[in-house]
Design a protein. Structure first.
Length: 297
C-alpha cells in the first residue's frame, strides 16, 4: 500500500473524496500513534489475534485469521511471533495435518491485561481531535459499519476500540477494492497516484510523494509499477536534465475513469449499512484524524 509519512497532514481534495484513500490515511495515522504510544512488545494485529482465541479452547489458525480479517501470510507471521514470545501454543490439527490449532498460553492472560490498558491509551490519542460528541459519533458510525462488514466473531476487544475498528475495517475495505480493481491491472495505491497526478499535473516524484502523503521510497515503487503498465512516464525537465517529472500517459484517463466507476459501485455496497449522510459524516471525522495539526502522532 505504501508507507504513509507520519508528519504529513496534506490531503488533496481529489483524494479526500475517495473513501478508500481516507480510510487508508486514517488507519496509517493509527499505526503511527501506535508506534509512539504502545510498548515495543505490543502489536495491534497480535493483540487482536490473542483476543480471537477463546480462553481455554483451541481454534484453527485460519479461523482466527478470518475472525480478525488478516491474510494467511500475515497470520502465519503473527502466529510465529506469538509462539516465540510464549503467548500461544500451536499443534497440528488432527483433522487436517496441513493446518494448525492455536490456543492461549498461560502467559497470555497477564499480557492481555496490561495491553488492554495500553490500547485504551491509544484510543485516547487517536480521538484527541474530537470533543465528546465527535468521539461518540465516530465510534457509532465505525461500529455500524463494522457490524455489517466484519465477521460476527470479531473479538469484543476489537469492537470496543476505535483504533482497532478503524484498522480492521480498512483492512476489509482494501481487500474489497483490490478485487474490484484487479481486472484493470491496478491496485488502490495506483488510483491514489493517478488521481494526484490528475490534480497536480506533471510533478517530480518528491512533489507527488508530498501530495499523497507517502514516503519517497513508496512513490518510487508506485511510479515504477505505473510505468510498467504504461500509465505514467518519467520525463526529464527541459533546462534541468537532472530532474524528472512524472506525466500521465494517454492511457491513464480511461483506466482512472474505469477505476472510479468500479469504486463508486463498490462503495454503494460496502457502506450500505450507514444511515443517509453517514458516509460523508464518517469521512469528515476520518479526515480530521488525517489532517489534525499538530498531527495525531
Amino acid at each position: 500500500m505504501g508507507e504513509v509519512t507520519s508528519a504529513s497532514t496534506t490531503l488533496l481534495p481529489s483524494l479526500a473524496a475517495i473513501p478508500g484513500h481516507v480510510f487508508w490515511r486514517a488507519a496509517a495515522r493509527v499505526g503511527h500513534a501506535a508506534e509512539a504510544v504502545l510498548p515495543p512488545d505490543l502489536d495491534l494485529t497480535a493483540y487482536a489475534v490473542l483476543h480471537a482465541l477463546p480462553p481455554g479452547a483451541t481454534a484453527s489458525q485460519q479461523a482466527v485469521a478470518d475472525a480478525v480479517v488478516v491474510s494467511r501470510t500475515t497470520m502465519t507471521k503473527v502466529a510465529a511471533d506469538l509462539l516465540s514470545a510464549g503467548l500461544i501454543e500451536r499443534v497440528r490439527n488432527p483433522g487436517d495435518r496441513r493446518s494448525y490449532l492455536l490456543s492461549r498460553a498461560p502467559a497470555a492472560e497477564p499480557a492481555l491485561a496490561g495491553w488492554d490498558a495500553d490500547v485504551a491509551a491509544l484510543d485516547e490519542v487517536v480521538l484527541r481531535p474530537f470533543d465528546e460528541v465527535g468521539r461518540a459519533r465516530l465510534t457509532e458510525l465505525l461500529t455500524v459499519l463494522a457490524d455489517d462488514v466484519l465477521p460476527d466473531d470479531l473479538p469484543d476487544a476489537v469492537r470496543g476500540s476505535v483504533s482497532l475498528l478503524l484498522v480492521r475495517v480498512h483492512a476489509w475495505l482494501y481487500r474489497q477494492f483490490q478485487e474490484l480493481l484487479a481486472p484493470l491491472g491496478i491496485e488502490p495505491r495506483h488510483v491514489g497516484a493517478l488521481t494526484a497526478l490528475t490534480t497536480l499535473g506533471p510533478v517530480s516524484q518528491t512533489d507527488l510523494a508530498r501530495g499523497i502523503g507517502l514516503s519517497a521510497a513508496s512513490v518510487v515503487a508506485i511510479v515504477d509499477e505505473l510505468e510498467e503498465r504504461e500509465l505514467v512516464e518519467r520525463r526529464r525537465v527541459v533546462g534541468d536534465r537532472r530532474t524528472q517529472e512524472v506525466h500521465l500517459t494517454e492511457f491513464a484517463p480511461a483506466v482512472l475513469r474505469a477505476a472510479r466507476t468500479r469504486g463508486r459501485r463498490g462503495a454503494t455496497t460496502a457502506f450500505a449499512a450507514l444511515p443517509d449522510g453517514g458516509l460523508e459524516e464518517l469521512l469528515d471525522l476520518l479526515r480530521a484524524i488525517v489532517t489534525a495539526d499538530p498531527p495525531v502522532i
